[in-house]
Ligand binder design. Structure first.
Ligand code: NAD
Ligand code: UDP
Ligand code: UDP
Length: 319
């Protein structure tokens, strides 16, 4: 098949592309390199089955493809809040354009939505029927309301134009290739511990998240895309941890002497988050396999290598 991956040079997109390329598909990666980079797909450059296009999804584009995985959108609060109007445009105009493309070429369309559409949830854990508790005018709204509209657009194109859609709600996912300056909690804490600087815990660290390792998530993507179930379906690891527990785990694994530093909790930061994955289990036969400590180990090794390479490169330049 010929498969388009928008946001393919980013964290999740590049891992998805690895799987699709190994399976022998033709892959078009479309990205504006806002939070992604060529290095993430470097191993496929020059492969005749792979094409990399620098393009912003807020602009229309005509391509001929069989499937579209639409992932383009910054995912870290730091990056999506940097230019919130652009984040909304990406979610609304970008998704509209990709749905228009899917309609024209009759491609199956996969939307990467998010657990953020549940906002600061009053129901715990969160099943797909829960409609959420979202602040429409807060600093996270560009992202969570943007993704809610993206879901609405997908379902309206499905009902009105028969577009074949799949919608996934992704819960916090981590792994190799996250940016050093990504700003999300797992990468921040690992980079800080490796650099021997204090690990930043926002608030008192009693808020919870559930962390899914990237290979488990990508397996779920491919299963959903190739199933008959349109979604929305939650994908995430139900293991729930406080942020303080996560910080202590990473501290223990890397540098038990690294101090913790408490900083103010950002506005509208959800108190608790845990996926109900009953639907993914029954519809897709999917559940995550990689435990937190194992996934953290792989992620720490990736950061250790990248940070080490940088130090080595700086040393060579300085010589
Ligand atoms: P990421 O920031 O690493 O990747 C996003 C990619 O999209 C980057 O390569 C970026 O350059 C590209 N992009 C952004 N705006 C674009 C635009 N206007 N046009 C073209 N490309 C654009 O983030 P990620 O973690 O890989 O997330 C991928 C998708 O999954 C996003 O849609 C995100 O909302 C969703 N998601 C991720 C998580 C998670 O925990 N990683 C959780 C929920 C949802
Ligand atoms: N679009 C696109 N590529 C295509 C087909 C459509 O980028 O191959 C864009 C198109 O420019 C429009 C959006 O998708 O902005 C929605 O397209 P649709 O055909 O649904 O709506 P219309 O063009 O009729 O407004
Ligand atoms: N967080 C933290 N220290 C950091 C970065 C984030 O304590 O250096 C907290 C943040 O306030 C939130 C949780 O960790 O409660 C997860 O944050 P992240 O940005 O990774 O994801 P999201 O809030 O979008 O789930």
């Amino acid at each position: 098949m010929r498969i388009l991956v928008t946001g393919g040079a980013g964290f999740l997109g590049s891992h998805l592309i690895d799987r699709l390329m190994v399976a022998g598909h033709e892959v078009i990666c479309l990205d504006n390199f806002y939070t992604g980079n060529k290095h993430n797909v470097g191993q496929w450059l020059g492969n005749p089955n792979f094409e990399l296009i620098r393009h912003d999804v807020t602009e229309p584009i005509r391509l001929e493809v069989d499937q579209i995985y639409h992932l383009a959108c910054p995912a870290s609060p730091v990056h999506y809040q940097y230019n919130p109007v652009k984040t909304i445009k990406t979610n609304v105009m970008g998704t509209l354009n990709m749905l228009g493309l899917a309609k024209r070429v009759k491609a199956r369309f996969f939307l990467a939505s998010t657990s953020e559409i549940y906002g600061d949830p009053e129901v715990h854990p969160q099943p797909e029927e829960y409609r959420g508790n979202v602040n429409p005018i807060g600093i996270r709204s560009c992202y969570d309301e943007g993704k809610r509209v993206a879901e609405t657009l997908a379902f309206d194109y499905h009902r009105q134009n028969d577009v074949d859609i799949r919608v996934v709600r992704i819960f916090n996912t981590y792994g190799p290739r996250m940016l050093e300056n990504d700003g999300r909690v797992v990468s921040n804490l690992i980079v800080q511990a490796l650099q021997g600087i204090p690990l930043t815990v926002y608030g008192d660290g009693s808020q919870t998240r559930s962390f899914c390792y990237v290979s488990d998530l990508v397996e779920g993507f491919i299963r959903l895309m190739n199933s008959d179930y349109i979604g929305p379906v939650n994908l995430g690891n139900p293991g729930e941890y406080t942020i303080l527990e996560l910080a202590k785990t990473i501290q223990d694994m890397i540098n038990p002497d690294a101090p913790l530093k408490f900083e103010p909790l950002p506005q509208d930061d959800p108190r608790r988050r845990q996926p109900d994955i009953t639907l993914a289990k029954t519809q897709l036969g999917w559940e995550p396999k990689v435990p937190l400590k194992e996934g953290l180990h792989y992620t720490i090794e990736d950061f250790r290598q990248r940070l080490g390479d940088r130090v080595a490169a700086a040393a060579v330049m300085g010589r």
